[in-house]
Design a protein. Structure first.
Length: 119
């Protein structure tokens, strides 16, 4: 009896599996175009074949304006240089160095110049 129940159970399970397999849709193949894909318009980009193009500006650029008589950076440098000279003179005064010393006179002469040139 047990064998008959086991055989019936196996037959039922096999039948259900076959029924489900018949109801499942068949896989659809991917679409295939009969035409070949179009070829690219050019083989390689000019940037790849001529790397120097990357460093060239695109189109025409406007010429740089002529430098002003004194650019702001130059003015800042001159002011910074003058401040350094004043700090050196103040330091010498605090150390008690005489205004007649050569070092003090050199600093004073540079401060008295209309456009001091940094050393």
């Amino acid at each position: 009896m047990r064998r008959a129940i086991a055989a019936a159970l196996v037959t039922v399970i096999a039948g259900i599996t076959a029924a489900v397999a018949q109801n499942a849709p068949a896989p659809v193949p991917p679409p295939v175009s009969p035409a070949m894909p179009p070829a690219p318009s050019s083989s390689l980009s000019p940037i790849l074949t001529q790397p120097g193009l990357v460093q060239q500006p695109f189109g025409r650029t406007a010429p740089a304006p002529p430098p002003a008589a004194l650019a702001p950076i130059d003015q800042q440098k001159m002011q910074s240089y003058r401040n350094d000279l004043l700090n050196q003179r103040r330091s010498l005064e605090q150390q008690g160095v005489s205004p007649a010393s050569e070092q003090y006179r050199t600093i004073q002469q540079q401060l008295n110049q209309p456009n001091p040139i940094p050393r």
